[in-house]
Design a binder for this molecule. Structure first.
Ligand code: ADP
Ligand code: ASP
Ligand code: MG
Length: 440
């Protein structure tokens, strides 16, 4: 069994859906195909939710109307046979009726998650109609029947495996299953999601749950590049990465992968391939247990970081001081990305600022607190980085004219991270492209 996940751009146009059909029917291997929402849909649903949350129902209605028109135009190009076209329109009407009903009732967070789920439900149902129209035998697999998260919002592979097994045994001999990425049920049984970009995470979780031969992530670029192609002019695809390297890149901002999407595949040792739907013959990136070579592979950037400096009021770092600090972050389920210490002070960074006020309040008795916002972590990722004696020199030379707030080296053998003001992020990535990779 293999897993093939197609992202928003890969299903965002009728002709792309035709390419996806071609790719998933190339061989007879059993497969679960995981689809994202059509590109732009989840953003539109987020805006609809935001408009409703701020009681701007008129604007929400305008956005729903616009999205509805988009979908009608989409199926008119996708589904050419009258009977399937009618079924397509029925699917769209059902889902949009739901959105229009929500306009009339009082809005809450659970309802917002229902709104966000509509994109993947629509894309998979419409794609299945397209397969039907083309005579491709398949099974529609509702992700909400098996994709679950626990009370800490964490997916557990074994629990997903049990549920998925029960669903799959109902279809002996079937080879092609289509399901939704991103959406899941939470511990309360409500519709929830795996956060933005979560379809990659769904694919990896399903791959781990069924012990797949491979988890293929099909997107709009030919694999993981050495730098962010949206910001840097010349980037190149990386052929091989280890799970550790890929996990660091995903966590530290390489948008091609959801931040948590590597661990399920890593835990169950399932190879992950990053492939380009528009260029299916390109090599792409293969992610396996072992690194193929040592040294730097790529840089990535993670925005929205806040730095918290805590200066000990006793002017020395007594034992127990760090524990007290960590306990505050643990209490508010806020993970720390970077940490540095000196004799009298500790600096940490966080990206989840939901409980920042509470955290500051509880840290204040421990010392003087300083908050520095609008920061970006730039991570240089590779294998056995400490062996590269020139790396730090190149890194600091490249950034010598820029302000650096923090440096983290040696935490793992795969990563050197620096914290910079977000306004110099693009410049930093460009300078590192030249300084480390010799590219423009
Ligand atoms: P999908 O909709 O298929 O999930 P995403 O937009 O989430 O696709 O991810 C693919 C995009 O990630 C690429 O188009 C590219 O602009 C961006 N990206 C950012 N950093 C990298 C990187 N290091 N390598 C490849 N792509 C990257
Ligand atoms: N549709 C969701 C999003 O846009 C999930 C995904 O595409 O991976 O975030
Ligand atoms: Mg994505």
């Amino acid at each position: 069994m293999k897993i093939m996940k197609f992202g928003g751009t890969s299903v965002g146009k009728p002709e792309r859906m035709a390419q996806v059909m071609e790719l998933i029917t190339k061989d007879q291997e059993e497969k679960i195909v995981v689809l994202s929402a059509l590109s732009g849909t989840t953003n539109a649903l987020v805006s609809i939710g935001d408009a409703m949350a701020s009681s701007n129902k008129l604007h929400a209605k305008e956005l729903i109307d616009k999205l509805y028109t988009h979908y009608v135009e989409f199926i008119n190009m996708l589904l050419k046979v009258d009977s399937t076209n009618k079924k397509g329109l029925k699917v769209i009407d059902e889902h949009f009726e739901f959105l229009y009903i929500i306009l009339k009732i009082s809005f809450n967070d659970a309802l917002n998650k229902d709104i966000l789920a509509q994109g993947e439900l629509l894309s998979t149902k419409l794609f299945c109609l397209f397969l039907e129209e083309n005579g491709v035998d398949h099974i529609f697999l509702p992700a909400l029947d098996f994709m679950i998260i626990d009370s800490n919002d964490e997916p557990q592979v074994i629990a997903i495996r049990e549920k998925l097994k029960k669903v799959l045994v109902q279809y002996p001999g079937k080879k092609l299953f289509i399901t939704q990425g991103y959406i899941c049920r939470n511990a309360k049984g409500e519709v929830d999601n795996l956060k933005r970009g979560g379809s990659d995470y769904s694919a990896s979780l399903i791959a781990a749950a069924v012990n797949a031969t491979v988890c293929e992530i099909w997107t709009d670029i030919d694999g993981m590049h050495n730098n962010d192609p949206r910001i840097v002019k010349t980037t190149m695809a990386i052929e091989h990465l280890s799970f550790d390297e890929a996990a660091e890149l995903a966590y530290f901002g390489a948008k091609i992968l959801h931040p948590a999407s590597i661990w399920p595949a890593q835990q169950f040792n399932i190879p992950v391939k990053l492939l380009n739907t528009m260029q299916p013959d390109a090599k792409g990136t293969i992610i396996l247990k072992e690194a193929e070579s040592n040294g730097v592979k790529a840089v990535a950037a993670k925005d929205g970081i806040v730095m918290i400096k805590i200066k000990s009021s006793r002017m020395f770092l007594a034992y127990g001081f760090l524990r007290k600090i960590f306990e505050v972050f643990e209490k508010y389920k806020t993970s720390i990305d970077m940490i540095t210490t000196s004799e009298v002070a500790v600096s940490v960074t966080i990206d989840n600022t939901e409980f920042l006020d509470e955290i500051i309040k509880e840290l204040t008795p421990l010392g003087e607190i300083e908050i520095i916002r609008e920061r970006t972590i730039i991570s240089v990722v590779g294998n056995k980085l400490t062996l590269d004696k020139e790396l730090l020199g190149k890194l600091f030379n490249a950034l010598s004219d820029l302000e650096i707030d923090m440096v983290s080296y040696g935490g793992s053998n795969h990563n050197v991270s620096i914290l910079v003001p977000t306004q110099v992020k693009n410049k930093s990535l460009q300078l590192l492209n030249k300084g480390i990779f010799g590219l423009d």
